[in-house]
Ligand binder design. Structure first.
Ligand SMILES: [Zn+2]
Length: 205
């Protein structure tokens, strides 16, 4: 059986499906990223899944993936915040067409970790949903697909995913990355590394 066939079979068989999406999925590197998200939506529909992404371009929010099952802890450029962080307000795209903070007059900026003072309230409700969901994966057949997550912000996906896999005896992980597919000892026997661009891999899945 090829890795592709194996993954498809495990998607069908798992009770819980955790997906991590990282740097390789940035729209600037992948103009047709929307089609990959639609492919994902088709592959995992009807599954009990959760997606964590560190990508901040907001493309995933435009997809048909169930938005209540995803969290973007590094934020989202299409949501706007005050560049001086004078308030915790976050505005939807186009809500403030002038792109100026209505409270202090400072320019607006993307609500992401790149902001001088990142207003984390944007993702916290979904983060809570994620941690609750994750707590429910213990003792369940958990499949983890980590797609293109490198070392830019390893505390968000990479290291916590390794921990979740090491704690769950029914977990299995695929780490797919063009450069950084290596696995630590802690997940030995429970994880497979695929040294290939995760977007290319996913396109062929
Ligand atoms: Zn302001």
């Amino acid at each position: 059986m090829t890795v592709n066939e194996q993954i498809l079979e495990e998607i069908t068989a798992c009770e819980k499906l955790l997906i991590g999406i990282g740097e390789e999925w940035k729209a600037e590197e992948m103009p047709d990223i929307g089609s990959l998200y639609e492919k994902m939506a088709g592959l995992i529909k009807n599954k009990d899944f959760f997606i964590v992404t560190t990508v901040t371009d907001g493309e995933i929010l435009k997809s048909s993936l169930e938005q209540s099952r995803l969290v973007a802890p590094c934020g989202n450029e299409t949501w706007r915040q005050c560049s001086k962080s004078c308030s915790k307000d976050i505005w939807e795209p186009g809500e403030i067409p002038q792109e100026v903070c209505p409270h202090c007059g400072a320019p607006l900026t993307g609500n992401t970790i790149e902001a001088e003072e990142y207003i984390e309230e944007g993702y916290l409700p979904q983060w809570k949903a994620y941690t609750t969901w994750l707590a429910g994966t213990l003792n369940k057949k958990l499949l983890v697909l980590e797609l293109g997550v490198g070392f830019k912000t390893p505390t968000v996906i990479r290291w916590p995913f390794e921990k979740s896999v090491s704690l769950n005896n029914k977990a299995h992980m695929y780490r797919i990355h063009g450069k950084f597919a290596q696995l630590p000892e802690t997940v030995k026997g429970k994880a497979d590394a695929v040294l290939e661009s995760s977007t290319e891999f996913f396109r062929k899945l």
